[in-house]
Design a binder for this molecule. Structure first.
Ligand code: AMP
Length: 281
């Protein structure tokens, strides 16, 4: 596997692949890689792509400095994991490579960024937009692979690709979970063993929501699941929403949309854990 740190190097690699008619599959990450990330690499390889992964902790998508400072960095392990998973190249840029000059660009993602993560983390999705546009401009991928684990981010990226008319296919990949059901996340490593065990309750609550979809009113089910989460003293519920899976706006009745997703964000020991489940559609 090739390791590149500069835009010039990775662009040279991409150009060589493209002149040989290879298809580029791109997986952007912030490192501290786990099986959720490698599932995206595997999907790129299954589709016959030259798989390129990026590892870049994008400061512009962190609205909380403590979260940025404590973000796990495990580059040596990450490189080994990528090698083992058949990744062809990894791009590990510095801030100067990604943002050579200061940018004030503001995206209009409305209404996708007006809810959930967009409320709790002001500026977060604008930062995601900046880095994704820049990385796509460098790598010029034919396909890019994103996890449904970060469902709102996926919706934002699809919106960005459409609005900028970019020639890239965004492939949505399933959430990979620990044996307990907890969605894999780089931030899980910051949980104590006890909290990590209890965090499995989050997915249980989502499964309960799915089992009771259409059996109760949206309001009843929402309140019941909120109570379940709040009953655990380790959990601080940020939001639990039952929403339209396309526009991400909360629904009030099951008839309000054909594609319905439940979204949850819970803070556990200072770590924000996100998850979601498709209820209908
Ligand atoms: P991150 O490194 O957290 O920025 O994530 C990089 C990519 O991996 C994003 O597309 C995430 O949605 C995806 N990802 C993170 N965790 C998982 C998971 N448990 N299952 C599937 N994809 C994931």
């Amino acid at each position: 596997m090739k390791v590149f740190k500069t835009v010039q190097e990775i662009e040279g690699f991409v150009n060589r692949q493209k002149t040989q008619q290879y298809i580029i599959g791109f997986v952007p990450t912030m490192g501290a890689l786990h099986k959720g990330h490698t599932s995206l690499i595997q999907e790129a390889k299954n589709r016959g792509c030259v798989a390129i992964c990026s590892i870049y902790v994008n400061p512009k998508q962190f609205n909380n400095k403590a979260d940025l400072d404590s973000y796990p960095i495990t580059i040596e392990d990450d490189i080994q994991i990528l090698e083992k998973n058949g990744c062809d190249a990894v791009f590990i840029p510095s801030n100067d490579e990604i943002y050579p000059k200061e940018t004030r660009k503001v995206f209009d993602f409305s209404p996708l960024d007006q809810v959930m993560e967009g409320i709790g983390r002001p500026g977060h999705f604008n930062g995601v937009g900046l880095v994704v546009e820049r990385l796509f401009d460098i790598i010029k991928p034919n396909y890019t692979f994103f996890g449904k684990k970060d469902f709102q981010q996926l919706a934002i990226v699809k919106h960005l690709v459409k609005s900028l008319n970019l020639d890239v296919n965004v492939v949505a990949c399933p959430t990979i979970r620990e044996v307990s059901g907890l969605a894999m996340s780089s931030r899980n490593t910051r949980l104590s063993p006890n909290a990590r065990e209890q965090a499995a309750e989050i997915y249980k609550a989502l499964k309960y929501t799915k089992q009771n979809t259409l059996k109760k009113t949206v309001k009843e089910l929402k309140e019941e699941v909120e109570r379940m989460i709040l009953s655990n003293p380790l959990f601080k519920l940020e939001y639990f929403e039952i929403a339209d899976g396309n526009l991400l706006q909360p629904i009030h009745n099951w008839e309000d949309a054909n594609f319905i997703v439940a979204f949850i964000a819970v803070e556990v020991e200072g770590v924000r854990l996100l998850d979601n489940i498709t209820l209908i559609g």
